[in-house]
Design a protein around this ligand. Structure first.
Ligand code: ADP
Ligand code: MG
Length: 151
């Protein structure tokens, strides 16, 4: 990960392909530093995982970046540790091991969280710095409206 943090590309962006969404994600990634957490919202198929893939690539992850299926998250090693969490199937955190999220967070990692709503409180309790929020919405066919706001 580069020494210098680029400015976060805040605001509303419109992409017309998965590749364009990945390119926007790379710009967001350039604004991140280890320890940062990015929360992603949007309907199924809006492009959250596509966005995380683009960001992970930009952070030096070379393997496949796919949705976590049997676990809540995956960890990758790029130029920085990258975690990808998808909390869609988790009903709540009350019945879960408190270490569940901790496995994926840390000062040396950047973490991307899909469906973060149920974990917002736990993340705040863990002292997590939300660096950015990314809201993705369908805008017809392959078009997406992607809003990037600071944490
Ligand atoms: P989510 O994680 O939000 O459920 P995915 O990233 O898994 O969404 O899926 C998005 C799907 O939409 C992928 O098949 C992707 O190729 C496709 N797609 C088409 N246009 C776009 C776009 N502009 N941005 C992101 N994904 C797009
Ligand atoms: Mg997904």
């Amino acid at each position: 990960m580069s020494e210098r943090r680029e400015p976060l590309p805040t605001g509303v962006h419109r992409t017309s392909s998965a590749a364009e969404t990945e390119a926007l994600a790379a710009r967001v990634a350039a604004a991140l530093a280890p320890g940062d957490v990015v929360l992603l919202s949007g309907d199924l198929g809006a492009g959250k995982t596509t966005f995380v893939r683009g960001a992970a690539r930009a952070l030096g992850v070379t393997g496949n970046v796919t949705s976590p299926t049997f676990t809540i998250g995956r960890r990758y090693e790029g130029r920085v540790g990258v975690s990808h969490l998808d909390l869609y199937r988790l009903g709540g955190l009350d019945d879960e091991d408190p270490a569940l999220l901790a496995d994926y967070l840390g000062p040396e990692r950047v973490a991307f969280v899909e469906w973060p709503a149920i974990a917002e409180e736990a993340l705040a309790d863990a002292g997590v710095v939300v660096a950015a929020r990314v809201a993705l919405a369908h805008a017809g066919a392959d078009a997406r409206e992607i809003t990037v706001t600071p944490g």
